[in-house]
Design a protein. Structure first.
Length: 607
C-alpha cells in the first residue's frame, strides 16, 4: 500500500526542489566608477582606450548606448538612484545639501533587505538628504563584502572605484606618473581648445581608465573564483560623466551619457529581453535603476519610484516617444539652474539662469591643469568663438543638438528653422515632466528654510495653495529675455507670493530693467533682495545696489542665502566691496559653512 504513495511524494519533492532552484533569487553586483562618460571606453568606440575587462564584460553582456545619469554630479545622481525618484522631485538637486525629504521615500536597499538580501556598500554614500546614510545597509565601509552574508543568502553588493575621479588629475596625484599615450598623440574632441595642459590631462586620464578597468577585472575574477559568476547579475556604470573640462557638471553628453553594461548569467536569462553581446539602443537612466532592481527580484515598483524597469519580470517597454529628463542646479558653491530632455538622438537644454556664464560651475575643478589653462587662455583673449563662449554671459536660453551629426555638441540648432518643430516638441516634454514630478527647482534654494518650516520642500510645491502651473509658466517666461513680457514681470514683482516675486525680479534683471523693483530691495527674503539689487547694478545704478548686497553679509542668514550673496558679488565683479571685517569674522566663525569659509579664505589670500 505504501509504494504507490511514496513514488508520487518523491516526485513532488524533486519537482519542488527544481522549482525552488529555478526561482532562486539572483545575486546582484554593482560595480561603479567615478566621473567617466562612456566615450572613455574601448567598447564604446574609443580606439585610444585600453579597457579590456570592461570590453569583455560588454561582449558577454549588454552595452547600453543611451544610458544617462540624470544629473552630472555625484551626490545628486546618487539620491536619484537610491530612492528611484528624480532629485528635483524630492528636493535633493543641490550638491552637498541635506534638506529633509518625505518620510515615505524609502531607499531601494530597504526593499531588498526585506526580500532577504544581504546588502553591502563599499563605500560611497553622500545621498544628499538628511539622515544616516550608512544605517540603511547591512554593512557600509571600505571593507564591506558579500562574503559576510549568511550561507545561502542572496546578496546585493556595490563596489565603488574612485580611481577615475576628477581629483586623479590634480597635480599632487600625478607626480611621477607616466602615460602610454603621448599627449601630442591624443585625439582631442572639438569642444576643448588644443592646449598642452588639455592634452596632458587627456593622456593621463586614459591611464586612470586602464587602472580602473584592471580593478574591475580583479573583482570579476574574484566572483568567478568564489563560484558565484553563474548566480550573479553584474552591472557596471559610472556615476556621471567627466572629468575633463565641460564634462562633469554639464548637461552635455560628456557630463551625462554614461557607460552601462549588464551581464545576466544563463540561468537568469529569462530576466533580460536582450541577447548576450547585443548593444541596446533604448534610453535608460539612473531613475530606472531602482525599479529595475525591484523587477529583477519579482517585485512591483513602489509608488514613490518614477522610473521604468528595463530588466526583470516587471520590465516595461519604452514608450515610442521615450526620453530622459536631465537636471543641474547648485554644484558646490555656484548656482545655475538648467534642465534638459534627450531621446538619445536629439537634446534640448533650457537655462533658467541665462545671465550667468556657463563656466565655472564649481571652483573645485580649478585644481585641474586643463581647466586652469583654458580659463587663462580665455582671459588672455587667445580662444576662438567656440572655445570662449562658455566663459561669457549671457548664455543661450535654449540649446538644441543633433547628437548623431554633432556628438560633441558644439553646433547649437536652437535658431534653425528646420529644427523648430522638433525642438518645440522636446521643450514641451521637458516642461510637462517638470510639472508631472513637481520639480522643486522652481523655488530658489535660499527660500527653502523659510517656506518649509516643519515640512519638506516637496510638501510646499504639492500643496493646493501653491499654484505650481502659474509659477512654472512664469519661470519659462521670465528667463526668455523678451521685452514684451515686462508688464507680466512687473505684476509678478508686486505679488504676495515670494516665489512669484523671485521669477519676476529675475526676469527684469535679465532685461536690465528696474521698473517696479525698488520695493523689493526690502523684501522679506534675502534671495529677492539680492535679485532686486542685481537688477539695479546691471542697469548702471550701483549706488542703490551695493549697500543692499554688502548689507546682506551682516544679516543673520542661512548658509544658502549667504552663498547666494557671495555668488552675486562675484558675478557682478564687486568683491572689492566686501568689508575686511566680514572676512575676518567669518574665518573665526566655527558655524560658517564650508563653502562660505573657503570664499573668505580666497578673499583673505587675494586669490
Amino acid at each position: 500500500m505504501s509504494k504507490p504513495i511514496l513514488l508520487p511524494l518523491a516526485l513532488c519533492l524533486v519537482l519542488s526542489l527544481v522549482s525552488h532552484a529555478a526561482d532562486k533569487l539572483p545575486n546582484i553586483l554593482w560595480i561603479t566608477s567615478e566621473d567617466n562618460s562612456n566615450h572613455w571606453l574601448g567598447c564604446y568606440g574609443n580606439e585610444e582606450a585600453k579597457t579590456p575587462r570592461l570590453d569583455r564584460l560588454a561582449a558577454e553582456g549588454n552595452l547600453f548606448l543611451h544610458a544617462y545619469s540624470n544629473a552630472p554630479v555625484c551626490a545628486v545622481a546618487r539620491s536619484t538612484i537610491l530612492n528611484g525618484v528624480y532629485a528635483p522631485s524630492q528636493g535633493t538637486q543641490h550638491m552637498r545639501s541635506r534638506h529633509t525629504i518625505p518620510k515615505d521615500y524609502r531607499p531601494y536597499v530597504s526593499y531588498l533587505r526585506e526580500a532577504g538580501y544581504y546588502c553591502t556598500n563599499r563605500s560611497k554614500t553622500d545621498y544628499n538628504f538628511k539622515g544616516n546614510d550608512k544605517a540603511i545597509w547591512d554593512e557600509c565601509s571600505g571593507k564591506a563584502h558579500y562574503r559576510k552574508r549568511k550561507e545561502g543568502q542572496p546578496f546585493f553588493a556595490i563596489f565603488n572605484f574612485t580611481t577615475t575621479h576628477e581629483s586623479s588629475l590634480f597635480p599632487r596625484k600625478n607626480e611621477g606618473g607616466s602615460s602610454r599615450i603621448k599627449p601630442a598623440d591624443v585625439e582631442l574632441p572639438d569642444y576643448v581648445p588644443d592646449l598642452p595642459e588639455v592634452r596632458s590631462d587627456w593622456s593621463r586620464y586614459h591611464e586612470r581608465m586602464t587602472q580602473m578597468d584592471s580593478q574591475v577585472g580583479q573583482l570579476l575574477d574574484e566572483l568567478e573564483k568564489e563560484g558565484l559568476a553563474e548566480d550573479t547579475i553584474v552591472f557596471y556604470y559610472s556615476d556621471h560623466g567627466g572629468p575633463t573640462p565641460r564634462g562633469k557638471r554639464y548637461l552635455k553628453e560628456t557630463g551625462v551619457n554614461v557607460p552601462m553594461i549588464v551581464r545576466v548569467p544563463e540561468k537568469f536569462r529569462k530576466l533580460s529581453p536582450f541577447k548576450p553581446g547585443e548593444k541596446v539602443a533604448e534610453t535608460v537612466a539612473f531613475v530606472d535603476l531602482a525599479p529595475t532592481l525591484m523587477s529583477l527580484i519579482g517585485k512591483e515598483k513602489p509608488a514613490q519610484m518614477q522610473g521604468r524597469a528595463f530588466l526583470g519580470d516587471k520590465r516595461v517597454e519604452p514608450a515610442a516617444d521615450a526620453g530622459v529628463f536631465l537636471y543641474a542646479d547648485r554644484f558646490d558653491e555656484l548656482y545655475g539652474m538648467r534642465r534638459g530632455w534627450t531621446d538619445g538622438h536629439f537634446k534640448y537644454i533650457r537655462r533658467f539662469r541665462p545671465e550667468l556664464p556657463a563656466a565655472p560651475y564649481s571652483y573645485y575643478q580649478f585644481s585641474m591643469p586643463s581647466w586652469v589653462a583654458w580659463r587663462k587662455a580665455w582671459q588672455e583673449g587667445k580662444l576662438d568663438e567656440v572655445h570662449r563662449r562658455m566663459w561669457e554671459s549671457p548664455q543661450p536660453v535654449e540649446e538644441f543638438f543633433d547628437l548623431e551629426k554633432d556628438p560633441w555638441e558644439v553646433n547649437n540648432l536652437a535658431n534653425d528653422p528646420a529644427q523648430a518643430e522638433r525642438m518645440a516638441a522636446m521643450k514641451a516634454k521637458l516642461k510637462a515632466k517638470m510639472k508631472e514630478i513637481r520639480d522643486t527647482g522652481i523655488v530658489p534654494e535660499p527660500m527653502f528654510a523659510s517656506l518649509v518650516g516643519d515640512k519638506t520642500i516637496v510638501d510646499v510645491v504639492r500643496a493646493p495653495s501653491f499654484d505650481y502651473d502659474k509659477i512654472l509658466d512664469l519661470a519659462f517666461l521670465a528667463t526668455a529675455g523678451d521685452e514684451s513680457n515686462v508688464d507680466r514681470l512687473k505684476t509678478a514683482v508686486a505679488s504676495k507670493d515670494p516665489v512669484e516675486r523671485y521669477w519676476g525680479l529675475l526676469g527684469l534683471r535679465i532685461l536690465k530693467r528696474t521698473d517696479g523693483v525698488e520695493p523689493a530691495l526690502g523684501d522679506e527674503h534675502s534671495v529677492n533682495r539680492v535679485m532686486a539689487a542685481e537688477a539695479f547694478y546691471v542697469s548702471g545704478k550701483e549706488d542703490k545696489a551695493v549697500p543692499v548686497l554688502v548689507g546682506e553679509l551682516d544679516k543673520d542668514l542661512d548658509e544658502y542665502s549667504v552663498q547666494n550673496v557671495i555668488n552675486s558679488l562675484t558675478q557682478l565683479d564687486a568683491l572689492d566691496r566686501v568689508p575686511k571685517e566680514w572676512v575676518n569674522k567669518t574665518l573665526k566663525n566655527p558655524k560658517a559653512g564650508g563653502y562660505v569659509k573657503r570664499f573668505a579664505e580666497r578673499l583673505k589670500s587675494g586669490k
